[in-house]
Structure formats: C-alpha cells, structure tokens
Design a protein around this ligand. Sequence first.
Ligand code: G3H
Ligand code: 13P
Ligand code: ZN
Length: 338
Amino acid sequence: MSVHYTSLGIVNTRVMFAAAVRGGFAVPAYNFNNMEQLQAIIMACLETQSPVIIQVSKGARDYADRTLLSHMAHGAVEMMKREAGEKAIGEIPIVLHLDHGDSYELCVSCIESGFSSVMIDGSHLRYEENAALTRKVTDFAHLYDVTVEGELGVLAGVEDEVAAESHTYTRPEEVEDFVSQTGVDSLAISIGTSHGAYKFKAGQSPRIRLDILHEIERRIPGFPIVLHGSSSIPQDAVETINRYGGSLKDSVGIPEEQLREAARSAVCKINIDSDGRLIMTAKIREIFSRKPEEFDPRKYLGPARDALRAMYCRKNIDVLGSAGRAPEIMKAMKASAH
Ligand code: G3H
Ligand code: 13P
Ligand code: ZN
C-alpha cells in the first residue's frame, strides 16, 4: 500500500534548500541503517536546532527492510516532536531521502513508501541517458511533490583503494542544460570529494576544486548544489580502531574548513556517512577491548550512539553551519502552506 510522506510528518527539500542558499549553510545529510544511528542523528539535530536529511542507500534499505525503514523514519519524527515538547524547544524539519537511487523503479518504490526526496544517480551513464533517466524520475516524483537530486560528474568510490585520482569532475558547461532538461531540484557535483574511508593518502593535503564549484554557481546562480563523499576521516577514530585490534589503512578525508567554505556558497546539502561508521566502530572496539566481560548490546551500542550524537552536533555547529537554522525553515514552511 502506498503512503505519502506528508502523512509521516516528513517534508521535502525545497524550503530548506532555499534557506540554505540564502543563509550560507548546508543541510546535513546523514546516512542510517539502524536504530542507534537514527536516534543519534535526530537527537543531535534537535539539540542543535538543525534541519536534517536522513538518507537511506539501496544497501541500507535491503539491510534494514524497506517497510521497517519507513516506519522507523515515521517513528523518528514522532520521537522528535515528543522530545521537542518535553524540552520546550522548537521542532525541526526532517527529510527522508533515497541516497544513490540507481533505477526509476527504486525511486518509485521509495516514493510510494513515504520518501520525500530521491536521488537518481545516472552519473555513470552517457550524458543523454543520464538526462533522460533523471527526467523520467522527476516527472513521476513531482506529481507527488517529492524533490529530486540528480548528479553530473563521477566521484571516485573504490572503498579499498586510495582512488582520489580517478574522478571525472563535473563539466560546468553542462550544468545549465542538465538542470533545465531534467527539472531536478538539486544537483550533486564532482569536485574532488570521494566515497568511503580511503580518500587521500596520509600526508597529502587535499584540496577540493572550489574553482569548479564557483564556475557552476556562476552558470546556475542560486541553484542548490550537493556534495557527496564529504567525510573528513577523524584521525583519532582511525587510531582508536587500530589500537584496539582493527586494521585500517592510513588515510585523510576532506578538510572541514573546505567543507565550511563550500557550505557558505551554493552547496546546500553535504553527505556524511563514513565518519559516523568510524566513530561507532572506534567506540565499540574500545569497549570490547576494555570490558571483555560485557555482552549486553546496550552497553556498547549506547556509548557508540552517544559518541555519534556528539559528532553530529559538532558537524552541525562547526562545519555545516546548520545549527540554529531550523526555526526560520519551520516558519517559512508554515507561511508557504497558507
Ligand atoms: O554513498 C554511499 C553511502 O555511504 C552509503 O553506503 O551503499 O554502503 O550503504 P552503502
Ligand atoms: P562519505 O563516504 O564520505 O561519508 O560519503 C557519504 C555519501 O556521499 C553518501 O551518499
Ligand atoms: Zn554519495
């Protein structure tokens, strides 16, 4: 049975992206696959009064079950409302987004199960095929006021190699045509970020191509831009993991100052997944090693959730600039509903 996202208390990205472009911040897009990650994201964003995009990959949907995931997102909205009431603070806007949708059918299925936003990732296709597939998805999504993210340019994404060299940067000369041909609501671009824990070799000084971003911004002023692969790979988490029996290779991520600079421009959604995975794993490994007698999952998942929550709070405040922005978005959404 099909469910529309509005009945779940979820919103699409339109108003929050307009606020982000105007206000020089980026909305956090955090991935989740389980209850503890979802709790950490929602509580951190409520505490910092940040808008938030909770996003689910195809793999996460298969892992956690598509029906359960939609109910979890609905439950998260209800929990946020109750907590806001109890703490006498404002509610925050929450988007449920499909991350890296790889087919029209998957996007439709997510829209029918309550997603308010979908990404159709045709970035590996030829330009015309990417544009046609993206157009097909927006035509369907917009019937239900679901917002759509498309992508131009290819990010390096091989998780077990340091593959930062294999990007295909977005070609600024293509963006205007792509946006008008497809009707997308936001555009993910490739400017040197990459997926996973191995982005750049230790000792390298990564520089994302803000010059390409600015050229894109010049060609489509005010249009919402998305950055994938934006984890910064916290070195203390990597060290903790390796100290307590892990074996991660040395690597560095995207410097947080560069993300902050990007967020001040047209970048209004920043995707972060790997940093959360590292923080959680570090805490769990530490507890397993320090307290080998422990076997109650709450005793290691609980502290991992707390560490995750602290990380999300810090990102919202120091990196994305999204902290404190929820009230103006809630106000703008109420005004646009009348
Ligand atoms: O960009 C990809 C996200 O980090 C999701 O990863 O496909 O392993 O769930 P996943
Ligand atoms: P990271 O692997 O850098 O966290 O990127 C996540 C992402 O882009 C999800 O779509
Ligand atoms: Zn991504």
